[in-house]
Design a binder for this molecule. Structure first.
Ligand code: TXA
Ligand code: MG
Length: 341
């Protein structure tokens, strides 16, 4: 299969380009497109065969369910059986935007999409290209991140091609995404709301609008050796091909780097810094990220993609502080480094 790449205006997508994507999706094909978080690989969510081709292209385990994208909250009823009060409150505050809600599914949603489960994850993305596509296609679109399973998520079209060239029909290139980290996933199919994946919509802001405490369902999975409670959230995830090692501070990173340099190895380094951090040697490629969680998240995957392509022996990343604003970034880093130390 040849992958066609079409540039599209990020704010005012050209209708004729959107129309090409619509035709492919209606025929059961695969189209990668930008959302405000990361690029997604989309297919008709009501077509089991089309959804299956997403799993094949990504090499994704069949039990890991897909997020279904719709243009607005009203369209959720096409795929979900109920609309709890918490869903209405959260949708009112955070949609369109980087939030996904897990709800009881309708029978029209194929088991392929939901990983065999009885719930469906839904999201209303804010990106103008995603919005234009969803409104024009008039179908719910299943779209996981457009990367091979367990690999780095794509925030630019070239990252999508790196993993999926020849496996998708069309890629809409709308430039770099703005939020940079995948949506916050909240399970509302259980008696009290459960955060399954932290994102840039923080736990604090969710608790504030709901006026109650929400449980974190992802933390335990970061404890090595504990069994997975949710099949979809695999421990190792978001990983570059190069082994990634996290360090608590820039200083401990510098020490580890010096050990590797003494062995003659080249390494990549992502220290936390607001100014240029100096490279300890020409064997180190330094790409600092700032102490600001929003800017950090925006540049996070692109930085790791760049270092990954430079074929170093190891990438070192300084772990940001353990505060609520950094929860999503820390979650991605802990998973990306899983088993590579
Ligand atoms: O920002 C995002 O959410 C991006 C863009 C493209 O929308 N999508 C994305 O999809 O990150 P994906 O497939 O890479 O991650 C979906 C996450 C997985 O952790 C999956 O296990 C979880 O959502 N998920 C999907 N459906 C679920 C369900 N019914 N129950 C529980 N978890 C679910
Ligand atoms: Mg993903």
């Amino acid at each position: 299969m040849q992958t066609q790449v079409l540039p599209v205006h990020a704010e005012r997508p050209e209708p004729e380009i959107i129309q090409k994507a619509v035709e492919i999706l209606r025929r059961g094909g695969l189209v990668a497109f930008p959302t405000e978080t990361v690029y997604g690989i989309g297919a008709n969510a009501l077509d089991a065969e089309a959804a299956q081709s997403i799993f094949n292209a990504k090499g994704r385990p069949a039990r890991n369910p897909l997020i279904v994208h719709v243009p607005n909250a009203e369209a959720v009823e096409q795929v979900a059986q109920s609309w709890p009060k918490d869903a209405a409150i959260l949708a009112e505050h955070f949609w369109p935007g980087p939030m996904t809600l897990v709800l009881p599914k309708k029978s029209c949603v194929p088991a392929t999409v939901t990983g065999g489960g009885h719930t469906v994850a839904v999201r209303v993305p804010a990106h103008p290209v995603a919005q234009a596509l969803l409104r024009a296609v008039e179908l719910p679109i299943a779209a996981p991140s457009a990367n091979r399973s367990s690999r780095l998520s794509p925030t630019e079209a070239k990252h999508v091609l790196r993993d999926l060239e020849g496996m998708i029909h069309l890629l809409l290139d709308g430039g770099p995404t703005t939020r940079g980290i995948e949506s916050t996933v909240i399970d509302l199919s259980v008696p009290s709301p459960l955060i399954l994946r932290p994102g840039m919509i923080s736990v604090d802001s969710i608790e504030k609008v709901l006026g109650k405490h929400v449980e974190l369902g992802f933390k335990q999975r970061l404890v090595p050796g504990q069994p997975l409670t949710s099949p979809g959230l695999l421990e190792k995830h978001y990983s570059p091909y190069t082994p990634l090692e996290i360090t608590e501070t820039n200083e401990t990173g510098r020490q580890r780097i010096e050990e590797l340099i003494r062995k003659g190895l080249r390494v990549g380094w992502v220290p936390l810094a607001n100014e240029e951090a100096s490279a300890p040697s020409n064997k180190v490629i330094v790409m600092p990220l700032p102490m600001d969680p929003v800017i950090y998240a925006q540049k996070f995957y692109a930085t790791l993609h760049t270092l990954d392509l430079l074929s170093t022996a190891r990438i070192f990343v300084t772990l940001p502080p353990d505060t609520p604003a950094w929860m999503a970034v820390r979650d991605r880093l802990l998973r990306a480094s899983h088993n590579s130390n």
